[in-house]
Structure formats: C-alpha cells, structure tokens
Design a protein around this ligand. Structure first.
Ligand SMILES: CC(=O)N[C@H](C=O)[C@@H](O)[C@H](O)[C@H](O)COP(=O)(O)O
Length: 227
C-alpha cells in the first residue's frame, strides 16, 4: 500500500469539485477547470465524483485524488460509493484514495458495512480507503474494520445527526485522539479560520467543497446577509 500520498496531503487543503445533475455547474469540463484553479491556488488534493469528472480532472491536475461515485439506488440513504460496483469503477480509473459511506445505515445491496468492506478489502488489499462517517462511534468502528482514513463527511447528513453544527471540532478532535488512523475533516468548513482550526485540532488534512466550488450556495450566503 502506498502511504506516500498521506505525506503529500498532510496539513494541506483538499478541494472537493463536485456538481450533481441538478446543480448549475454539472459538467466534467467545469469540474476539470475548478480542480485546475484549486491546484493553482495551492490545494494539495482534489475530491471528485464520477469516473468522467476524475478523468477530466487528471488531464490538467496531478494532485492526489479522493474519488467517489455518488449513486442513488431506489430510496436507499447510502449514496457515496455504496457498493463494490462503484469501487471497481474507481479502482479501474485509478485514484489515490476511495471514499465510501461508512455509516451504520442499511446499504442498497442488503450487506452490512462490515460484510461489504471485507469483500472490498480482500479484492483490493493495496488501495487506500476513506470512511465517510457521521458519528464518533462510526469513525471508531470504521478504523477497527480496516479503513485507512476516517472522515467526518456525513456528520449532519444522517437522520441521527441532522441539525448538528458544522464543522464539529469536538468530533474531529475525539476521533484524532481515539481512532488510531489519520482523520480527514470534511463537511461545513466555510472559512479559512475553520480550516486552520480543523488542522490545529489534529486532522491530517481537510476537505472544503461548497465554500469554494458551489457559487450558487456562496451567492445565497451573501444574499442572506442582506435580508
Ligand atoms: C454529505 C455529502 O454528500 N457530502 C458530499 C461528499 O462528497 C459533498 O457534497 C460535500 O460537498 C463534501 O463532503 C464537502 O463538504 P462541504 O461542501 O460542506 O465543504
């Protein structure tokens, strides 16, 4: 397993460049330009969704990539790289880290997280995997079952964490203290001070998405200040 990527992202900013079908910037070309801008701005890594976007980003950006595939299966709540099928596609495309929903919620293929991840790890022993968790317990469990990196991505987005204030520095700090794996702070980092604090709290690195790459949400935030 190649851990050198962890040194490359340590203490730096990873920019998430994602736009789903319903979002105004939905386009692999635009995500490629977003990632290029992030690189020029000093980002140390990119988080991206879909093989198409990742291929486009790789044309101009040589930074480490956290790859995901957001795939909705029926009304299942687990949508970030939810089955081995999405993992297969990301491995084939080639990304440094693959992030997977590691919440305790029911998965679309009927497998538990433990069953699903066991199969994935056996098939890809040398791939780095990040656990997208929503609670402390999920983070500890993901570390125990062999995820390489623990992320706070889903905090605030499961029905049992909804309404949480983001970013949750207590959660980041307690995972850093207890999980025994590098922690990636992700979710709701809105300003440079939050980012600084996430790293000071002990996170290996932090992912910022919306505050950098979703202009509609950034605009809304400014407009709200006028109301
Ligand atoms: C919950 C979920 O689906 N999060 C997604 C995970 O990839 C993305 O939509 C977020 O933009 C990303 O996690 C970064 O977070 P923020 O945009 O808050 O900086």
């Amino acid at each position: 397993m190649d851990h050198s990527v962890l040194y490359k992202v340590k203490g730096g900013l990873i920019v998430s460049c994602q736009a789903l079908e319903h979002e105004p910037l939905h386009s692999s070309y635009i995500m490629g330009r977003m990632a290029y801008a992030a690189k020029l701005g000093g980002a140390v890594g990119i988080r991206a969704n879909t093989v198409e976007d990742i291929r486009e980003i790789k044309k101009t950006v040589d930074l480490p990539i956290i790859g995901i595939i957001k795939q909705q299966y029926g009304d299942c709540n687990v949508y970030i790289t939810p089955t081995i099928k999405e993992v297969d596609a990301l491995v084939e495309c080639g990304v440094d880290i693959i992030a997977i929903d590691a919440t305790k919620r029911e998965r679309p293929d009927g497998k538990t997280l433990d069953e699903s991840f066991k199969e994935i790890r056996e098939k890809y022993p040398d791939q780095l995997f990040m656990a997208d968790c929503s609670t402390y317990e999920e983070g500890i469990h993901a570390a125990e079952i062999g995820f390489d990196l623990i992320g706070t991505t889903m905090h605030g987005y499961t029905d049992y964490t909804q309404g949480a204030t983001l970013p949750n520095f207590d959660l980041i700090g307690s995972l850093v203290r207890d999980c025994g794996k590098p922690v990636i702070a992700e979710g709701g980092i809105w300003c440079p001070e939050d980012l600084r604090k996430a790293i000071d709290t002990g996170a290996l690195t932090a992912v910022v998405g919306t505050a950098i790459t979703r202009p509609m949400d950034i605009t809304k935030r400014y407009v709200e200040a006028l109301q």
